[in-house]
Design a protein around this ligand. Sequence first.
Ligand code: PHE
Length: 348
Amino acid sequence: MNLAEAISSLEAASVAARELLAAVTNLAAVEEIERDFLGKRSVLVSVNEAIKDFAPEDRPAAGKAIGAYRSEVGALIEAARDGMSAGEAAARIERERLDLTIGGRPQERGHLHLITQVQRELEDVFVGLGFQIAEGPEVETDWYNFEALNFPPGHPARAMQDTLYVDLGEQEQVLLRTHTSPVQVRVMESRKPPIYTIMPGRVYRRDTLDARHSPVFHQIEGLVVDEGITLGDLFGTIDAFTRSYFGSSIKARFLPSYFPFTEPSAEFSVTCIFCEGSGCTVCSRTGWIELGGCGMVDPNVFKSVGYDPETVSGFAFGFGLERMAQIRFGVDHVKAFFDDDIRFLKQF
Ligand code: PHE
């Protein structure tokens, strides 16, 4: 072997090592290449042994070529070893990975209760008509629930509303409000006319649960007080909101009635949406479904809040939300609103 042969065999070995290393897939193969190209039987050793037979002036060049080969091939092997061990570690992690994912439970999003949805929708209708919204306490005094509303003590009209009393203060002076009308009094006490306000909320009566009655239910009260308000304004307002809630084919009807805090008073009904007025079992063949009460605010109510009945007039109305929802969605039993049966609730 002469110098030229030594250099060319080192170069060939270096090219071969590079090619083999580029294709290795595991650490053992890298080690085998290391043995073949840098080990005892490698070209490195044979060139090294041949040097002593070279002409003295060729020896340094041969030594240099050996050094270059060792460092180049050594670096290639190191790099391949690093790559393999990282790759193998990753492969082992992947191989030994435990799949801990479970089927996954679908997460259902909750939503507002149907009665709350109905309340919000009606609030929107009234806000669109220019009304404000007010609220009052559910535990009331006799004054707000009855007396200021022109129900004197012992008045037979008190018996229309079976009252649940609270064991607080003087006997029968604190109660669960039987209607939202006491909020009318609170609104008028705290503000001057003009008043265009609705008052939604929960009310309570000593009623036995049946298809149409529940001891707790919701009402929306409406109150308008201004100069020159007439019965025509009342009828127009009720007509407008029932149409916008139920649709324009629905008409409102008024029949004379009695409430101590309104004079004249009326109960109002809407066209039965099930038979569209022709008469069915839902509306007891009348073609109408009763929604609530209304009337012109009685002058005695104005006096109890310090308004002058000579300068202002107004109207009030009140209706049950459960009834509205029952009619609109065909819910036959009011109990469904108070049970927590998810099969019912998720339909809306
Ligand atoms: N508060 C009455 C009730 O619950 C309804 C009503 C409200 C009547 C306003 C007239 C005016 O029965």
